[in-house]
Design a protein around this ligand. Structure first.
Ligand SMILES: Cc1cc2nc3c(=O)[nH]c(=O)nc-3n(C[C@H](O)[C@H](O)[C@H](O)COP(=O)(O)OP(=O)(O)OC[C@H]3O[C@@H](n4cnc5c(N)ncnc54)[C@H](O)[C@@H]3O)c2cc1C
Length: 600
């Protein structure tokens, strides 16, 4: 099937067999859900993706947004997408029932978004961002803000954004300069400039609601002086009509990919008439915003893995159709050519893509499970899941994003020259993929977060909990003798990770420059080991399933899983030894290198 962009079988394998989503129904909060209902939701998400999103995947790329007379015009389907996502309960999927939500587990809602992203990443960002922005208002807003904004956002009438970045404050949010002046009427006057704001303006929604970071005048410098505001494009006046709130779009950027969604530069309060409404307490904005940032980091990882999934299925389909060459042993030029999927090198590239796609999905579902558990676990256990989620968020975001680039690149490689041309979708997947290691915090920033903060937080408790999780997976795998080679390899890999981590932490006294110089390589190392753990978990579920009666299709699905797990351990996991060598050789080369040496 040429139009396949995701495997619903794999989605259900992860949800029901690996992560046992049904076990959540034992908790009161999720008790109204059952397998039948989850299947209905997942099947509906696939249908929506196939009917509404996938048909315009290419069209949105070829007709990117335009700024005309101060208004951003997007593909005409965006308005309908927002409406259907609102009416269908997809924006409010994880909201609690008392906020008119569906109260779905994060695992199930994000499994649906995996399908939406795979079908058409740009189109799915509009409702996805709105959900994250609305959740901030739901978590920290007062009743007035909830009343004004939540209904309109959850119904898809109003677009939500996250408005953090400024020209001088990209990775360094501490340098945010947008100001907020308190008034006697309770609102703040906002002035400043924001840049790169996804869906920051468009004609597919009646209003745009920016969740914006700004500094209250006189606030202390640094992160503790930043507050969070709801700043609408149009505010409601006293008689309930929407009027302009003094935000103008100074430009939209022309991007290499992800071209169906505009990223806007906004001038705010040029006429001193932009009103912002504070969310929560003053000066705590960055801490509140981390709720949305962490959620969006998982979302970025899911987006990346989903795009890689669509490229992988395009490649599998092509490799089955395309005939070229003969078996190496066949020297007869008159014999028919064979499909390229029969060549070992093509199978290697496809295995690599599948290993990245399904390994990433698994790790991201693991994170979603931790998030669900923070909601329902006993109070004494909540911190366990919170710490694990915090530790693994930069890993899951980055593994899926960085490896997703390599994976979509290999999809193009499978197509040969045709993959480089617009006749096939993989060149677009490659372009759409490239943003993921950049937005929601670059890979460099995620790496410093992991090594500089997460690994050492609470005296290394999160790291210790992670090691416990891996040990538990190895314990479960030991019951299946066929898995023992994978168990012993993972055991050695985890010991090496521990060893490298201890050695690095031991040199932290040399100062952060030296300690964090190769943080990105450490993150890469951590990601490879973490995904090996996920492949072992999947292999355990496969072995459990293989104990029963299976149809041919099911038997093939599980065999494919086992081969991919074996591929991962044979080809990917060994890459850590080179990284370990570099990370422990104690030579701070990049710190010693001087910028002037980069001249001629
Ligand atoms: C398509 C797109 C969509 C976006 N959507 C949004 C959005 O919706 N809302 C929003 O607020 N922002 C958004 N952004 C902004 C995005 O989050 C930033 O581009 C990103 O955080 C990086 O900031 P920057 O571009 O200023 O790069 P810089 O911060 O200048 O970084 C450039 C390079 O320097 C490295 N670097 C920076 N600081 C350090 C350091 N201290 N140590 C080591 N290395 C460092 C970085 O890792 C990177 O490799 C979007 C951007 C794009 C391109």
């Amino acid at each position: 099937m040429a139009d396949k962009f995701i495997s619903i079988r794999n989605v259900k394998f992860l949800l029901f067999e690996v992560f046992d989503v049904l076990s959540l129904s034992e908790h009161v909060y999720f008790s109204q859900h059952n397998q039948k209902m989850y299947n209905l939701v997942l099947d509906a998400a696939l249908k929506l993706s196939t009917r509404l999103l996938h048909p315009i995947f290419e069209e949105m790329d070829r007709n990117p947004p335009e700024l005309i007379a101060g208004q951003v015009k997007v593909h005409p389907a965006v308005a309908g997408i927002m409406k259907e996502f609102g009416q269908g309960g997809w924006i409010s999927a994880t909201f609690p029932a008392e906020s008119n939500g569906e109260q779905l587990p994060s695992m199930v809602a994000n499994a649906c978004f995996m399908m939406f992203f795979a079908a058409n990443y740009s189109a799915s960002v509009y409702p996805g961002l709105t959900a994250g922005a609305a959740r901030l208002i739901d978590s920290f807003g007062n009743e007035g803000l909830k009343k004004t904004y939540l209904g309109k956002m959850l119904s898809g009438k109003w677009q939500g954004t996250m408005a953090l970045t400024e020209p001088q404050a990209g990775s360094s949010l501490t340098d945010i300069a947008t100001t907020a002046l308190p008034t006697a009427d309770g609102f703040y006057k906002i002035r400043g400039r924001k840049t790169f704001i996804s869906a920051g303006d468009h004609d597919g929604a009646e209003n745009i609601v920016h969740l914006m970071l700004a500094r209250i005048e006189g606030a202390p410098a640094g992160p503790r002086g930043i507050s969070l505001f709801v700043v609408p494009k149009k505010r409601m006046n006293e008689d309930g009509n929407l009027v302009s709130n003094d935000i103008t779009v100074s430009q939209i950027f022309h991007k290499m990919g992800y071209r169906g969604t505009p990223i806007a530069e906004l001038s705010i309060g040029d006429k001193e008439d932009c009103r912002g409404y504070i969310l929560g307490e003053p000066h705590r904005g960055l801490a509140y915003m981390f709720q949305m940032m962490n959620e969006e980091r998982i979302g970025v990882g899911l987006g990346a893995a989903s795009i890689a999934s669509a490229a992988y299925y395009a490649a599998v389909h092509y490799c089955k159709q395309r005939s070229q060459g003969r078996r190496l042993a066949d020297k007869d030029p008159a014999s028919p050519q064979i499909a390229i999927i029969e060549h070992a090198d093509i199978k290697r590239m496809l295995l690599f893509q599948r290993a990245v796609v399904e390994g990433s999905f698994s790790l991201l579902m693991q994170c979603c499970k931790y998030e669900d558990m923070t909601r329902v676990a006993l109070p004494q256990e909540t911190s366990r899941y919170r710490l694990l989620l915090e530790l693994l968020t930069p890993v899951a975001k980055t593994y899926a994003s960085e490896m997703g680039i390599l994976s979509t690149s290999q999809s193009i490689q499978c197509f040969g020259g045709y993959g480089y041309c617009q006749d096939f979708p993989v060149e677009q997947h490659f372009r759409d993929m490239r943003i993921h290691p950049i937005h929601e915090g670059t890979t460099g920033i995620q790496a410093m977060d992991l090594l500089g903060r997460k690994v050492v937080m609470e005296n290394g408790r999160a790291f210790a909990l992670f090691l416990e999780e891996v040990q538990a997976a190895m314990y479960a795998a030991r019951k299946f003798p066929a898995l023992s080679p994978l168990v012993s390899q993972l055991d050695k890999a985890v010991k090496l990770l521990q060893d490298v981590t201890f050695q690095l932490v031991a040199i932290s006294h040399k100062g952060p420059e030296v300690y964090l110089a190769d943080a990105t390589l450490y993150l890469e190392f951590f990601g490879i080991v973490t995904v090996a753990w996920q492949w072992l978990l999947q292999a355990v579920s496969v072995h459990k399933a293989q104990a029963g009666e299976l149809s041919t299709a099911e038997a093939d699905f599980y065999q494919g899983k086992i081969f991919t797990a074996r591929y991962y351990f044979a080809y990917e996991l060994p890459k850590i030894s080179g990284l370990a060598q570099r990370l422990t050789d104690g030579n701070p080369m990049t710190v010693e290198m001087k910028s002037c040496f980069f001249s001629d």
